[in-house]
Every structure is written in structure tokens, then in C-alpha cells.
Design a protein around this ligand. Structure first.
Ligand code: FES
Length: 144
């Protein structure tokens, strides 16, 4: 009985949080944030990039390349919900692209794919794309 009451309070708080997020973020942002794709680190990655943004959050990409194409790409972050959404979307956009194509992905592409972010969260898209590019730059520096 007591547990049920506690669960009821938790559920009520969660639905209030959900309702608040739904007012601030697009459905696509919430989908990526609540169910992020390609999370983790590839142990035998061909390249890795890590950046800490001006907000103090850090993102890391690890990438496996086969025949010049991104075969697998995973990300990790200790950042906010929007940074999780941006990391997830960036991996999904980079997957199966050539290195050259992936280097052309811009933060505006991520923002468009997510149907936008509030002004104060736009840097999260830049952090994700900059980290992807840093990993690929590391690859090109090692293997010019
Ligand atoms: Fe820094 Fe989102 S607030 S990455």
C-alpha cells in the first residue's frame, strides 16, 4: 500500500517533468533523448575524438572505418538531454557515410533533423558535430 503511494508520487512527478520537456523540446529531440542510439565506446576503434564544450560537458565519439566508410560510430556524453539527442542524431547521420561526407555534416544539419533546439541548447549540436569531426581529423592525421 505504502509502495503504491510512493510509486504514485514518483509517477506524478515524472509526468510533470515529461509535460515540461514536451513544452520546451520537439518530439524528435525527446525521442532521441529518451531512446538514444549508438551509445558506448568501440574498443577497437580506428579513431576517437573527445571534446569538452564551453558549458563543461564532454562528448566522445569512437569510429570504425571499413573501405573509407563509417561502418560503426558510437558516442558517450556526460552532458544534458539535448546533448544526448544531438550525439544520437549525429551518429545516425554519420553512419555509412564516407569520411569526406561525414566531415561535411554541420551543426545546422543536426538542428534541422531534430526540428530545432532552444537557443540555450544549440551549442549541444555544435559539441556533437565538433566531436565527430575531431575523431575523423585524428584518423586523417594518423593516416594521411
Ligand atoms: Fe552543454 Fe548541452 S548544455 S552540451
Amino acid at each position: 500500500m505504502k509502495k503504491e503511494g510512493f510509486e504514485g508520487i514518483v509517477n506524478e512527478i515524472q509526468s510533470q517533468i515529461d509535460a515540461k520537456e514536451e513544452k520546451i523540446f520537439s518530439a524528435k529531440v525527446l525521442q532521441e533523448y529518451r531512446n538514444p542510439q549508438n551509445v558506448g565506446r568501440i574498443e577497437d576503434a580506428d579513431c576517437v575524438g573527445e571534446i569538452s564544450g564551453p558549458c563543461g560537458d564532454t562528448m566522445m565519439f569512437s569510429i570504425k572505418i571499413v573501405d573509407g566508410r563509417i561502418e560503426r560510430v558510437l558516442f558517450m556524453t556526460d552532458g544534458c538531454g539535448p546533448s544526448i539527442a544531438c550525439g544520437s542524431m549525429t551518429t545516425r547521420m554519420a553512419a555509412r557515410k564516407t569520411v569526406e561526407e561525414a566531415l561535411k555534416i554541420m551543426d545546422s544539419d543536426i538542428l534541422n533533423a531534430l526540428d530545432g533546439l532552444p537557443e540555450e541548447n544549440r551549442h549541444c549540436a555544435k559539441l556533437a558535430v565538433d566531436t565527430l569531426h575531431k575523431a575523423l581529423d585524428n584518423l586523417l592525421e594518423e593516416d594521411p
